[in-house]
Design a protein around this ligand. Structure first.
Ligand code: ZN
Length: 227
C-alpha cells in the first residue's frame, strides 16, 4: 500500500502569510490533517512533518522525508500577494518534473479548480521542499489568504476541498475513493455479517438487553425494524 508524506507549511514562530488575523500556518494544518485522515481511511499511510502549531525548519521537513521511502511528498500552503489583488490555486513541482509529480500536481490542480477556484496552473519552482525531497513532490497553494473570495471558498467548501484533495491523491496512487459510511450499508461488493442478540416487541426489553451486552463488554445498539 502507498506511503505518503504530508507537509503543512510554516507553523510556530512562522505564521506564513497573514490577513485580517487569519494565518496560513493554521489553515494548512487544519485542512491538511483532515485530508490525511480521509486518505488513511483507505488504508494508505500518511506521515506528517508537523501535527501541531510548531516551528519546523525547511531542512527538518526534507530531513523527515529523507528518513523514509515515500511514494509522494505533498506540501500544503496558501498564497498571498497584495490585499484582494490576486486569487486562485496553483500547484508546483520541482524544475523539469518527472511524470509522477507532474501527474499528481495536475490532478490536485484540476480537483480544486472544479470547486470554483481560479486556475493559475501547474508551475515549476526551485523550492527547498521540492528540491531536497526524494519522493515525487508537489506543493499546492490553496487559494490566496489575502483574498476574501478565496477565503470564502476555502471556508464554505472546506469539506468538498478535503474530499477533492483526498480523491485526487488517492487516484494518483491507484486507490478508488470510498464515501465515508454514515450507515451500516456495505460498500458495493462487500458483505457484512451482522450479529443479532434478540428481538423484542417492547422497547424497554431491548434497552435492557443492550445494557446487559454493554456491561459484558460488547458494543451493542438498537436497530428498529417495522414488520
Ligand atoms: Zn506558504
Amino acid at each position: 500500500m502507498a506511503r505518503l508524506c504530508f507537509d503543512y507549511g510554516h507553523g510556530g514562530n512562522d505564521s506564513g502569510a497573514c490577513y485580517n488575523g487569519r494565518k496560513e500556518s493554521n489553515d494548512v494544518l487544519s485542512i491538511g490533517r483532515a485530508v490525511a485522515a480521509e486518505i488513511r481511511r483507505h488504508g494508505v499511510t500518511v506521515d506528517e512533518t508537523r501535527t501541531s502549531d510548531s516551528t519546523v525548519s525547511l531542512s527538518e521537513r526534507s530531513g523527515f522525508e529523507n528518513r523514509n521511502t515515500y511514494d509522494y511528498f505533498i506540501s500544503f500552503h496558501r498564497n498571498a500577494f497584495k490585499p484582494e489583488q490576486a486569487k486562485g490555486v496553483e500547484t508546483y513541482t520541482y524544475l523539469n518534473p518527472g511524470a509522477k509529480s507532474k501527474s499528481l500536481a495536475q490532478r490536485i490542480q484540476t480537483a480544486l479548480v472544479a470547486l470554483g477556484f481560479t486556475d493559475r496552473g501547474v508551475k515549476e519552482a526551485n523550492y527547498h521542499v521540492l528540491r531536497e525531497t526524494k519522493a515525487p513532490a508537489v506543493l499546492v497553494e490553496i487559494g490566496f489568504i489575502d483574498n476574501t473570495g478565496d477565503n470564502n471558498l476555502f471556508d464554505s467548501k472546506r469539506n468538498e476541498i478535503i474530499k477533492a484533495l483526498a480523491k485526487a491523491i488517492l487516484a494518483q496512487v491507484g486507490v478508488d475513493y470510498i464515501e465515508p459510511s454514515v450507515s451500516t450499508q456495505p460498500a458495493s461488493g462487500q458483505t457484512l455479517y451482522r450479529v443479532m442478540a434478540g428481538s423484542y416487541s417492547v422497547r424497554e426489553n431491548a434497552e435492557k438487553q443492550v445494557k446487559k451486552l454493554k456491561a459484558a463488554g460488547f458494543d451493542a445498539t438498537i436497530m428498529i425494524f417495522n414488520k
